[in-house]
Design a protein around this ligand. Structure first.
Ligand SMILES: *Cc1c(COP(=O)(O)O)cnc(C)c1O
Length: 435
């Protein structure tokens, strides 16, 4: 059997979408408003620390939002549009008639889709005359992306990372520092909230929740600083709609119509929503698209969490939002998949789930790493452990299709590259080495 030579469906730089898609009008009902009761945060504080344009982009006017020219230039520099590749060797290995496509965000300069929103956010900070950006990072992909975007637009960058993650993931810390970012452990001895947490427990391991509080307090105190987020918020989902817009154009190049299934891993929900939101209108017009989110059993918000008001940070700066959550005090098991461990998902992804538009499945580390390993051996791609959850979900879906005699078109979103996360694969090697 000869291989069909057209397995890549590239868009040229000039074909990159020049506008973000405002998906809010496509939702079955409006997003419930965030509320500030009971915390120390307020609308006023948010207006101080967030660039004004990003606050507007949480609820944009009109169907499209133009991407500023300097952002388009940088998006092309970082590797957009990213490739869509038909996973023909994986299909053969699975002996499936499903057509499987990979949307490859792993090729972006920092190895993760997060760089797309980082570039846009850093640009608006610069435009507004801010000098420094402050944020938190989980596994480090957001921190690295924001550090690079800060370099591009001449901003200083401070990143807080849970102390336990800093110790587990030394490479991304080095990567951030090479880009001149300040990287500090959370809880931080330099903030009031950090000192309080350390007084309660000198060995506090830190969490995303503590790192967000440290970052917001720091942004409030430093002159000309902005606080930015890598997920969970509408303007982040808006920037990531490029993923879905590109995919739509690329499927057309591949001679496909609309996909039957879109599969992404999910934590806050920004890679998932970025891929899926541009297809929601088609779904609501009757296209039978299956939207599937793959989460980690270490933090199974969408399959086992409660739909409730909760906030993201420990100090109470962030508003309460209605979302699927494991509860604010939730401490996840120490798994390797740092990027999927947050305690709640975004209000947007939670609403999709609540309304039955989004299916969700939880996968454990072992199954995810196995799926990632299969993609490495068939397609040659070393993908992020987070992304491997989406592949695991796709493998299960292919089996289901086989039983039903269906031949679906499946798009798997590869959210990132796995070269800095190899330690997680050790268990796979040990298992295979065992007699
Ligand atoms: C951050 C991250 C995720 C999860 O974040 P979402 O907001 O749910 O998309 C998944 N994969 C990679 C590679 C990441 O960096």
């Amino acid at each position: 059997m000869t291989l069909d030579s057209s397995i890549d469906f590239p868009l040229s730089a000039s074909q990159m979408p020049k506008r973000w898609y405002n998906f809010l009008p496509d939702l079955p009902r409006p997003l419930p408003p965030a509320r500030f009761e009971g915390g120390i945060g307020s609308e006023e504080i948010m207006r101080r620390i967030r660039p004004a344009e990003l606050l507007l982009q949480n609820d944009p006017q009109g169907e499209w939002v133009d991407i500023p020219g300097p952002v388009i230039d940088r998006l092309i520099q970082i590797g957009r549009p990213t490739p869509l590749r038909r996973a023909i060797r994986l299909e053969r290995h699975l002996q499936t008639k499903a057509r499987i496509y990979l949307k490859r965000e792993d090729v972006l300069l920092t190895g993760s889709f997060k760089l797309t929103t980082a570039v846009a956010q850093a640009y608006y900070c610069r435009q507004e005359g801010r000098r420094r950006v402050v944020s938190e990072t989980g596994a480090g992909q957001w921190g690295v992306s924001l550090a690079l975007a800060s370099q591009m637009f001449g901003l200083e960058c401070s990143i807080f990372m849970a102390r336990c993650s800093l110790e587990q993931k030394p490479y991304r810390q080095i990567y951030m520092r090479l880009l001149d970012a300040e990287v500090a452990p959370s809880p931080s001895a330099a903030t009031a909230i950090g000192r309080k947490l350390l007084a309660e427990n000198p060995d506090h391991p830190g969490s995303i929740g503590s790192a967000i509080s440290d970052a917001i307090e720091t942004a409030l105190e430093r002159d000309g600083a902005a606080y930015l987020s890598g997920s969970n918020i509408n303007h982040v989902h808006l920037h990531q709609t490029l993923l879905g817009l590109e995919t739509k154009a690329q499927l057309a190049l591949a001679g496909e119509g609309l996909p039957d299934q879109l599969i992404a891993c999910v934590s806050g929900g920004s890679n998932l929503c970025g891929l899926m939101m541009p297809f929601l209108k088609d779904y609501r017009a009757g296209a039978p698209i299956r939207f599937l989110g793959a989460e980690s059993t270490a933090a199974p918000r969408l399959t086992k969490g409660e739909y409730e008001y909760c906030r993201s940070d420990l100090a109470g700066y962030t508003p309460e939002v209605l979302s699927y959550s494991m509860g604010r005090g939730f401490i996840p098991q120490p798994v390797h998949i740092g990027g999927l461990r947050q305690h709640n998902s975004s209000p947007l992804v939670s609403l999709l789930r609540r309304e039955g538009l989004l299916e969700a499945e939880a996968y454990d580390e072992t199954e995810a790493f196995k799926a990632g390993h299969l993609l490495l051996r068939t397609e040659g791609l070393l993908i992020a452990p987070e992304s491997a959850h989406a592949v695991a979900a796709a493998l299960r879906s292919v089996e289901m299709a086989r039983e039903q005699g269906a031949e679906p078109v499946i798009v798997i979103l590869v959210s990132g590259y796995g070269g800095l996360d190899l330690e997680g694969h050790k268990a796979t090697l040990l298992r295979e080495a065992a007699p």
